[in-house]
Design a protein around this ligand. Structure first.
Ligand code: ATP
Length: 290
């Protein structure tokens, strides 16, 4: 195989709880991850020249060794003795630094792509073990879908696909540092943390109960982030006033998603969001679960 093209899908967190912290500083999480239909495209080709060349169509992210796609390629070369030179083209569509695991899913796509090209006998589980030191969300991104993610992200339990719905996704035009979000979270006294009921949401998903699932959405990281960035709450209200069963921040933000049972309402809200001055500069998508 001379080249391969992979779609790298973004995710949202239908539920995100932080249950503790390991001695090495990693947060212990319980999250329900869901792949959505917003994706980057990675094309990997063999090249004559040794080493790895990465071409990115987005100047907001690094094009060299700091890019997770590049690091994933290097890890694969080293682990499986791949000597061929590689050129990787990354077409970026997932909003950057958005809580949608954009870098992680690109890395996962490179791992899967190089596995398929050079070492097809390698299993997803093996790739997941290889991926964890590069990033806690990468093991999930290898397989995607609807999954309960625990530990630091390495304990994965597949769930049935979440109930069908329309999804409006808006990334406001602001940068929120993931490190800052976790630091702020660590400062909240335990008795004030509003933990979501992750187990109840697993049950709602197993019963294919969209309304039950929407009611149970919760993200502990939103308590402080939402207060610091009022636009997050404004977008949530915008979505819920237009018929979303629930609107919430994903990951460490600042992206907000709205779950709509009624596809026409979602479409109308999408069109309105695109035309509103107060949302100009936002990245707006109408999509669904994948
Ligand atoms: P998560 O949901 O896993 O916390 P995120 O969606 O918040 O991730 P990313 O889009 O992965 O965040 O970007 C975080 C930072 O990672 C960016 O600011 C960028 O500098 C760096 N980065 C490295 N590789 C990539 C990549 N392939 N795509 C996007 N960002 C990347």
């Amino acid at each position: 195989m001379e080249s391969i093209t992979k779609k790298a899908y973004g995710k949202i967190n239908l539920s995100l709880d932080v249950t503790g912290r390991r001695e090495d500083g990693y947060h212990l999480v319980r999250m329900i991850m869901q792949t959505v239909g917003i994706y980057d495209t990675l094309t990997i080709c063999r090249q004559e020249e040794e080493g790895i060349r990465l071409f990115v169509d987005n100047s907001d992210i690094p094009a060299g060794e700091d890019n997770l796609a590049f690091r994933a390629a290097k890890v694969m070369q080293e682990r499986y003795g791949i000597r061929d030179g590689l050129s990787i083209r990354l077409e970026k569509r997932i909003p950057v630094a958005a809580g949608m695991a954009g870098g992680s899913t690109d890395a996962a796509a490179v791992l899967r792509g190089l596995r398929d090209m050079f070492v097809p006998e390698v299993t997803d589980e093996e790739l997941q073990k290889l991926a964890l030191p590069m990033g806690a969300d990468i093991p999930y991104c290898i397989t995607g879908g609807t999954q309960l993610s625990e530990g630091i992200g390495e304990i994965l339990t597949p769930l049935p696909k979440a109930p069908q719905c329309s999804l409006l996704v808006i990334k406001p035009d602001l940068f929120v540092s993931t490190g800052w979000v976790y630091k702020e979270f660590d400062g909240i006294p335990e008795e004030e943390v509003r933990h979501p009921d992750v187990d109840a949401m697993c049950e709602a998903i197993r019963k294919d109960d969209l309304n039950g699932m929407a009611k149970l959405c919760g993200n502990v990281l939103e308590q402080k982030t939402g207060a610091a960035y009022p636009v997050i709450g404004q977008i949530e209200r915008f979505m819920e006033e237009r018929g979303a069963l629930k609107a919430m921040m994903t990951g460490s933000g600042p992206t907000v998603f709205g779950i709509f049972e009624d596809a026409e309402k979602a479409e109308a809200a999408y069109r309105e969001a695109l035309s509103r001055d107060d949302l100009s500069g936002s990245q707006t998508f109408l999509t669904e679960f994948v």
